[in-house]
Design a protein around this ligand. Structure first.
Ligand code: G3P
Ligand code: MG
Length: 346
């Protein structure tokens, strides 16, 4: 499935250190690799002064497709082979919620993709906003389903369905419609559409796969992200009900994400490189101080100083401002970040 896999020279592998990479704003912008990204991968795969191969994983807040699919795409973009065994995206930890909730609303992403991801995670009954609009088109006065959406959506009598939780898997493609439906559920009695709670505290819980207010896409300036949708929903809930809405976000900077990343890296190093002891240092390369630097620094305190944050200037963080969370190093781009880490090791 990989378009142009590179074959790194046979070299030795280091067990002493490893890298973890954020994706958007570090390796990719708007679907295209940053020029230094491909070079950086080559360096990790042994094309460096020491001829050493350095293990690495990817930890992105992004999502919207299966881990498998995203890895195939990333492999093409970076001209290397990326395996799901070295990849975590924003919604990966939501997998663990499939046991807890039977019927869930899944929001965001292209077409039916997030429904497929959720079903792949084991969620038994996945409802999308399209299903709800198909059942009652008055739900969203200014949003009509396309023919394709109408065909794929699964209408049913939602007055008999208890939606137990809401998961925003990926960025909403229709803020107005999605927010209307989420708000309807948050204000409902026990997640039944068409009902209104008297107290507004018995609606389903709301989960986001991450909390990035802005992110780095192809535009020169940052673009609104899922964290902005979260802020918007919290503000609207307050305005409409007078109550405070409590929501949960996964992804970076949550400590759980870094613990997950540690386990993944351990497994990856063991399975692919035969390394069975923990690394002394994990260099985390990110572009968003609030997610990447903050998470790495906070996790580092628990992880006996083994994580090291490197901030790049190719994404959300731009030269000339002071980052809200101070990294251990700031460099121009991902290639410099890799070289910085290597230099510290010898
Ligand atoms: O929507 C994705 C974005 O918010 C962040 O992705 O790779 O920078 O963690 P990443
Ligand atoms: Mg980023």
């Amino acid at each position: 499935p990989f378009a142009t896999p590179s074959t790194p020279p046979e070299t030795n592998v280091t067990g002493k250190y490893a890298f973890a990479f954020d994706i958007d704003g570090v390796l990719i912008r708007g679907g295209w690799p940053l020029p230094e990204a491909i070079e950086a991968m080559k360096v990790l795969n042994g094309q460096n002064a020491y001829g050493v191969k350095i293990p690495y994983i990817f930890v992105t807040n992004g999502g919207g497709k299966t881990e498998q699919e995203r890895c195939i795409q990333l492999s093409r973009q970076l001209e290397i082979e990326v395996s799901p065994g070295q990849f975590i995206c924003g919604h990966t930890p939501m997998r663990e919620m499939a046991e807890k909730y039977d019927t869930v609303l899944v929001v965001g992403g292209e077409g039916e993709k997030c429904r497929q991801v959720a079903e792949g995670y084991g969620f038994k009954d996945v409802v999308t906003p399209g299903d709800i609009i198909k059942d009652n088109e008055d739900t969203t006065p200014f949003r009509k389903l396309t023919e394709e959406e109408y065909k794929n959506s699964r209408a049913r009598d939602f007055s008999k369905v208890h939606i137990q939780a809401i998961f925003v898997f990926a960025d909403s493609r229709d803020w107005a419609g999605d927010q209307q439906i989420i708000l309807d559920l948050l204000m409902s009695k026990d997640g039944v559409l068409g009902t209104r709670s008297e107290t507004f505290d018995d609606g389903p819980p709301l989960f986001f796969s991450h909390n990035d207010v802005v992110w780095s896409a192809s535009h020169d300036l940052t673009r609104l992200g899922m964290g902005a949708l979260r802020l918007s929903l919290e503000a609207m809930f307050k305005a409409v009900t007078g109550k405070t809405l409590n929501t949960t976000a996964f992804g970076k900077p949550q400590i759980g994400t870094f613990q997950f990343a540690t386990r993944l890296l351990q497994q990856w190093r063991k399975d692919t490189h035969g390394i069975d002891q923990p690394p002394d240092t994990v260099y985390f390369v990110g572009d968003t101080p609030e997610s990447d630097v903050r998470g790495t620094n906070e996790f580092n305190k628990q992880a006996s100083n083994t994580w090291y944050s490197i901030l790049v200037r190719t994404g959300v963080y731009q030269e000339g401002t002071k980052p809200k969370f101070q990294p251990q190093a700031t460099v121009d781009n991902v290639l410099e970040a890799v070289l910085h880490g290597i230099k510290r090791e010898y």
